[in-house]
Design a protein around this ligand. Structure first.
Ligand code: IPE
Ligand code: IPE
Ligand code: MG
Length: 254
């Protein structure tokens, strides 16, 4: 169950426990090389593999990757179809290896929009890796932070219709428990590649106290060194969660 950083303060560690990544810049990586945008997505899969390995080696316990946003349906139809095909192919190809490496795979988002074959593949991959605990890998697909808060609210009212009469009784944790990643601790480190400095409707509830790292590197170029730089930057942060630097210094003395 997640611990909300606004309610209780998690222990700070040098290695982020939960890393979330907006894998951006595939299209520009390809355009720069006079290739179709889709070539950037194909190449981006290698960077996904590297990120999983790099996080595993560093001892990160949870890695969450934004693969397709609820807004990405607005892209040209050929690009959307290629992304879906790539998702299917990658799942088919990689799940065996992930299972062997002790990775537990989950997919979050409104999966009802995907074709049945993809939904079945996702279910099978989740079931096959359900007993693993080395690295919890989550792919956010057709995910939107606003959708997540809305579905949690709907679920809460379905579970407790009486709360509609006593809304003051609703607590933060009642909603947090129903978010689609309720099992994971809140993200420690957010990485966005590709140079944009925005959240693009990713985990908007959960990012309340996350350290935000932005790099101009395009996703297909994001390698072990680039990940190392993000970890170095994270280590320099002072995570105050509303307190003062002096309070933190005192706490670390005892
Ligand atoms: C991220 O790269 C991949 C997805 C959104 C699926 P983009 O495709 O957004 O690449 P740019 O931002 O256009 O370069
Ligand atoms: C965010 O990237 C979504 C993913 C990486 C899956 P976008 O490229 O879609 O974000 P915007 O449109 O630049 O905000
Ligand atoms: Mg983009």
């Amino acid at each position: 169950m997640s611990v909300s950083s606004t309610q209780s303060i998690p222990d700070a560690t040098d290695t982020p426990r939960h890393v979330v990544i907006i894998m951006d810049g595939n299209g520009r990586w390809a355009t720069q090389r006079f290739l179709p945008r889709t070539a950037g997505h194909v190449r981006g899969v290698q960077a996904v593999r590297r990120a999983i390995e790099g996080c595993g080696r560093a001892g990160v316990k949870y890695l969450t990757l934004f693969a397709f946003s609820s807004e990405n349906w607005r892209r040209p139809q050929e690009e959307v179809s290629l992304l879906m095909r790539l998702f299917v192919q990658t799942l088919e190809k990689e799940v065996g290896k992930l299972a062997e490496q002790g990775v537990r795979l989950r997919v979050v988002g409104d999966l009802s929009a995907f074709e049945p074959r993809l939904q079945d593949l996702i279910k099978a991959a989740e079931a096959r890796t359900a007993h693993n605990d080395v690295l919890h890998l989550t792919i956010a697909a057709n995910y939107g932070g606003r959708w997540d808060i809305l579905q949690a609210t709907r679920q809460l009212l379905k579970d407790h219709p009486e709360l509609a009469q006593t809304p003051d009784a609703i607590t933060e944790s009642m909603l947090a428990e129903r978010l689609s990643m309720a099992w994971a601790p809140e993200p420690d480190l957010f990485i966005r590649t590709g140079g944009e400095q925005r959240v693009s409707n990713f985990l908007i509830w959960q990012l309340a106290y996350t350290e935000m790292y932005f790099t101009p590197t395009y996703w297909p170029d994001f390698d072990a060194d680039a990940l190392g730089l993000a970890f170095d930057w994270y280590r320099q942060r002072e995570r105050r969660f509303g307190r003062t630097s002096e309070q933190l210094a005192k706490k670390s003395k005892y």
